[in-house]
Write a protein that binds this ligand. Structure first.
Ligand SMILES: NC(=O)C1=CN([C@@H]2O[C@H](COP(=O)(O)OP(=O)(O)OC[C@H]3O[C@@H](n4cnc5c(N)ncnc54)[C@H](O)[C@@H]3O)[C@@H](O)[C@H]2O)C=CC1
Ligand SMILES: O=C(CO)COP(=O)(O)O
Length: 308
């Protein structure tokens, strides 16, 4: 059955998601701020509205859609970030604006350039409404894009969001040429940190061992295609953040996320040693090597106590 899908955001990810849905035979409209049509025009009769804007675009886009009163419309959010003013996740913003509608989070190891090149990938659609998640699963699933469902949307969303901070750390690790052991330690302890934060905020541990957590962490911490990885790599080889962001192709959400995360974690007493060093590095308060030294010089502790 042909479904009417409106994709908001014609950046790297929005364009890719639109082409995946189109290839499955659906009627897809891709909207950006540059479009001549209004968002109201392209959303008026949509069955599904997919938001793939960067974090800074979520609130403005939600505001433009406030007129929409159809409760059967399913919102799919693919943004990976935290709102600086409220610290909300994108799905929390969508759900608060449309309390009667189903909201589905889409996240996974999905470097858009690989998907655009036709390489196989898998992702997760998470929602409290599993019927909606299953519908979105069918819309996007194909022989080159395998889609799983999950009933923990917050965990799916936080996996994708928090790994961006770790990808900056991983890029720094590679830029400093610290070796494979150091990288494995960083990614493994990074996952422990993500689980500690996620559990504190009510997400399930198991979700972080899935595609949107460990999967996306592995993809972005190991690929020069990741913009967040590129930020960390650039800092490690002596570039400054402004210079890196000026030349970056697209958005590195981890830069904003680390700031919001550190503020929240400090308020709530969550221990986030790696993210805190990433934040200090981005603010120019510490050199890449000093950040590594700080992590290595911490008090010793047991491995499996996630509260530490
Ligand atoms: N590129 C990728 O491989 C993937 C990206 N994501 C996530 O998807 C989101 C978008 O990423 P990309 O497409 O790569 O970024 P991008 O920088 O290529 O595109 C961002 C899009 O957001 C739009 N936007 C920003 N502010 C806006 C506003 N106020 N009103 C309307 N539109 C606005 C821009 O016009 C642009 O179309 C990010 O949160 C990213 O973490 C998720 C999975 C994969
Ligand atoms: O989230 C992504 C892949 O899943 C894209 O990563 P970057 O935003 O770091 O490029």
């Amino acid at each position: 059955m042909e479904t009417k899908i409106t994709v908001i955001g014609a950046g790297a990810w929005g364009t890719t998601l639109a082409s995946l849905a189109k290839a499955n035979g659906h009627q897809v409209r891709l909207w950006s701020r540059q479009s001549s049509a209004t968002l109201a025009d392209v959303s008026a009769d949509a069955d599904i509205i997919v938001s793939a804007v960067s974090m800074k675009g979520v609130r403005p886009v939600v505001e433009q859609l406030r007129f929409l009163q159809r409760k059967e419309v399913i919102f799919v959010t693919a943004t990976k970030g935290l709102d600086p003013s409220t610290t909300c996740t994108p799905s929390q913003i969508w759900q608060a604006a449309f309390p009667a509608n189903s909201v589905v989070v889409l996240a996974g190891p999905n470097l858009s350039k690989e998907i655009q090149a036709g390489l196989p990938a898998a992702t997760v659609v998470g929602s409290k409404d599993l019927t909606a998640a299953k519908l979105v699963q069918i819309l996007f699933n194909s022989t080159r894009f395998r889609v799983y469902t999950n009933d923990d949307p917050l965990g799916v969303e936080l996996g994708g969001t928090l790994k961006n901070v770790m990808a900056i750390a991983a890029g720094t690790c590679d830029g400093l040429q610290l070796g494979t052991n150091a990288k494995a330690a960083l990614v493994t302890r990074g996952l422990a940190e993500i689980i500690r934060i996620g559990n504190h905020w009510g997400a399930k541990t198991d979700t972080f061992y899935g595609l949107s957590g460990l999967g996306d962490l592995l993809a972005t911490c190991n690929s020069p295609l990741s913009r967040n990885y590129q930020v960390g790599y650039g800092l490690a080889i002596g570039k400054n953040l402004t210079e890196i962001l000026t030349h970056l192709e697209g958005t590195a959400e981890g830069v904003n996320t680390s700031q919001v995360l550190v503020q929240l974690a400090n308020e709530q007493g969550i221990y986030i040693p790696i993210s805190a060093q990433v934040d200090r590095l981005l603010k120019g308060e510490v050199t890449p090597q000093a950040a590594v030294n700080s992590l290595m010089l911490r008090d010793v502790k047991p491995e499996t106590d996630l509260s530490l």
